[in-house]
Ligand binder design. Structure first.
Ligand SMILES: Nc1nc2c(ncn2[C@@H]2O[C@H](COP(=O)(O)OP(=O)(O)OP(=O)(O)O)[C@@H](O)[C@H]2O)c(=O)[nH]1
Ligand SMILES: [Mg+2]
Length: 158
């Protein structure tokens, strides 16, 4: 599972939820982190990539081993929607990811300033392609809501 998105979107906090680690201890990822967890009888290896721009070139090295993509967005940070859109569209152009299912996590929905999923879908040109299984999931990694639902959908696709 390739986990990507802009810096500060909440990728590692979602991983902490999935691995039952304290979400308070999460710090910005340097490079990337690998975690494995068991879900629904499957062993899921998660590549939690840094969203820091200086590490973007790292992402492509993991495309060939990617079975599913989780793209995480900070729904409360609308100033960065265009930047997130550009990063997402470039990611989805990769030949190796053409038919890989995409779970789009609309994160930080606990914040009152969070955009509604429909507005996010419009701003980020979702779904990106009809050839790919796609799901938009609202969640709050902080509160732990929406993550199980998103992962359940993703595991049904693989
Ligand atoms: N309010 C709120 N804050 C969140 C949520 N998820 C993550 N955060 C906070 O957002 C900040 C960034 O979270 P990270 O999980 O480190 O984000 P990341 O996407 O892994 O960031 P990089 O590793 O730098 O790419 C932290 O302060 C988290 O506590 C959420 O659902 N709601
Ligand atoms: Mg991180």
């Amino acid at each position: 599972l390739l986990i990507v998105g802009l810096s500060n979107s909440g990728k590692s906090t979602i991983v902490a939820r999935l691995t039952k680690e304290p979400v308070e201890d999460v710090a910005p990822t340097v490079g990337f982190a690998v975690e494995t967890t068991k879900m629904e009888g499957l062993s899921v290896t998660m590549f939690d990539m840094s969203g820091n721009q200086k590490y973007f070139t790292l992402w492509q090295h993991y495309y060939k081993d990617t079975t599913a993509i989780m793209f995480v967005l900070d729904a409360a940070d609308s100033h960065r929607f265009a930047e997130a859109d550009a990063v997402l569209q470039e990611l989805l152009r990769a030949e190796q990811l053409k038919r890989v299912p995409l779970l789009f996590m609309c994160n930080k929905m606990d914040l009152v300033t969070a955009a509604q999923p429909a507005d996010v879908a419009a701003a980020l040109h979702l779904p990106a392609s009809s050839a790919r299984a796609f799901q938009l999931q609202s969640c709050s990694a902080m509160q732990g809501s929406g993550i199980k639902e998103g992962m359940q959908w993703l595991l049904e696709q693989v």
